[in-house]
Design a protein around this ligand. Structure first.
Ligand SMILES: NC(=O)c1ccc[n+]([C@@H]2O[C@H](COP(=O)([O-])OP(=O)(O)OC[C@H]3O[C@@H](n4cnc5c(N)ncnc54)[C@H](OP(=O)(O)O)[C@@H]3O)[C@@H](O)[C@H]2O)c1
Length: 299
């Protein structure tokens, strides 16, 4: 039987990097990586991937990348342009007669979601569902990797600054979103028309995350809950784009109110094993938080 060719978008990003590493070498699966920045082609080719260059903002650049693929892994960068990029990808997939689309959406995506990113994701989900192509949608919970944005202050001052208030969050290691997606892509027929919300195994407050970091790093780490106004000013001061800043503030506001206070069994149901805990994430990423390399046994 011919191999299933999977086009992975976002190939240089956090989640898709984990996904392509999961898929690499699986029998019957061939991975083609869509790369946006031509400067990144060589590194991926050296890793052994077939690479195609394309820009999801520019529909005319996508035909070669989508040619003769069976499955599309559709991840778009967090951006106000997500609906445009998503519909360009779906249109290219229809033209290429793709057999299945697996979409990386976001927690509680809906047209009436209280956050801008959730509303944009709802538009992409709608494009995917209207395509006539069999689909599966993943709506991952908050990525543990978001805490790396505060890694420098954990390393220098032992302070985790986040704008997440004190409510628990069922956050997931972004590597596990890749693990989850690989399970779906390996047997897409089992997952047609399903909407999943992969989460971590437990709900964690940022104060508990700081405690885990303290244990792993062997030094006190304190959580300081940044008020949304202060978070916005700080991020704008660092020169971060306005949409990005607004998106982080939207999430911080709703999570502070308990919006993310849940876990699901989707990860275990689909993969057959537990997702990584926050402690595991902290251990694997200890060097980024200023810990020693020997602590990062499982990265
Ligand atoms: N952060 C969270 O807690 C969370 C939770 C659930 C869902 N999500 C969703 O997850 C997605 C982000 O995933 P991620 O963190 O893995 O992404 P990421 O690390 O930010 O990577 C984004 C990827 O998109 C590529 N890209 C950028 N512009 C492009 C374009 N015009 N055409 C084609 N590719 C382009 C980038 O390529 P280059 O390197 O070449 O620029 C990169 O590979 C977003 O949709 C977000 O809403 C996030």
């Amino acid at each position: 039987m011919a191999d299933t060719t999977v086009l992975v978008t976002g190939a240089t990003g956090t989640v898709t990097t984990a996904l392509r590493k999961e898929l690499k070498g699986r029998p019957g699966i061939k991975v083609r990586a869509l790369v946006h920045d031509p400067a990144k082609v060589e590194a991926l080719e050296k890793e052994g991937y077939e690479v195609a260059v394309g820009d999801l903002e520019e529909p005319d650049t996508l035909a070669d990348a989508f040619d003769r693929i069976d499955v599309l892994w559709l991840l778009t960068p967090a951006s106000a342009l997500e609906p445009s990029m998503g519909s360009n990808a779906v249109t290219a997939a229809k033209r290429a007669r793709v057999k299945h689309i697996v979409r990386n959406s976001a927690i509680k995506a809906a047209h009436d979601a209280p956050n801008r990113n959730g509303r944009l994701h709802a538009m992409v989900e709608e494009s995917v569902k209207a395509s006539g192509i069999p689909w599966t949608i993943l709506r991952p919970h908050y990525y543990m990797h978001n805490l790396l944005s505060s890694a420098a202050s954990v390393a220098s001052d032992g302070v985790l600054y986040m704008n997440m208030g004190d409510a628990p969050v069922g956050m997931i290691d972004a590597r596990d979103v890749g693990v989850f997606a690989a399970s779906v892509i390996e047997n897409p027929a089992r997952h047609v028309g399903k909407v999943y919300t992969p989460t971590g195994p437990e709900k964690t407050t940022m104060a508990q995350a700081a405690e885990s970091l303290s244990e792993v790093l062997g030094k006190p780490v304190k959580y300081i809950a940044l008020p949304q106004v202060a978070a916005r000013e700080a991020m704008l001061g660092f020169g971060l784009p306005r949409w990005f800043v607004g998106n982080v503030v939207d999430y911080g506001t709703v999570y502070s109110g308990g919006w993310g206070d849940f876990v699901t069994s989707d990860f275990k149901d689909v993969t057959g094993h537990e997702a990584r805990s926050f402690k595991q994430f902290a251990t694997d990423f200890a060097p980024a938080f200023g810990g020693s390399v020997k602590e990062a046994a499982h990265a």
